[in-house]
Design a protein. Structure first.
Length: 118
């Protein structure tokens, strides 16, 4: 059983910063990518940022230059530093973990709300 526990969401004014963290625990075999997705009301879930086990990163165009993803492999944690937040960043943010070799598995956190006021 794999669990992802997120923390760090909240309410912030436009231009402010938040840091999201996610800790993975349980029987995890060969973690590949870890990342953050978000879902705003009435919209599909979208990738915000991801990081491979080798440290390669990928960002949505809308957050490039503002958000930074990092990872601590030894602690099975992934963090998302969000600066210059905008009202359009308001969403539920979900931690994601992809693991496995010949067959891969996706795990999700319960989500944490980020609200940016104008």
């Amino acid at each position: 059983q794999v669990q992802l526990v997120e923390s760090g969401g909240g309410l912030v004014q436009a231009g402010g910063s938040l840091r999201l963290s996610c800790v993975a625990s349980g029987s995890i075999f060969y973690i590949r990518d870890m990342g953050w997705y978000r879902q705003a009301p009435g919209k599909p879930r979208e990738l915000v940022a991801s990081i491979s086990n080798g440290g390669s990163t990928n960002y949505a165009d809308s957050v490039k230059g503002r958000f930074t993803i990092s990872r601590a492999n030894a602690k099975n944690t992934v963090s998302l530093q969000m600066n210059g937040l905008k009202p359009e960043d308001t969403a539920v943010y979900y931690c994601n973990l992809n693991s496995g070799i010949s067959r891969t598995y996706d795990y999700w956190g319960q989500g944490t709300q980020v609200t940016v006021s104008s």
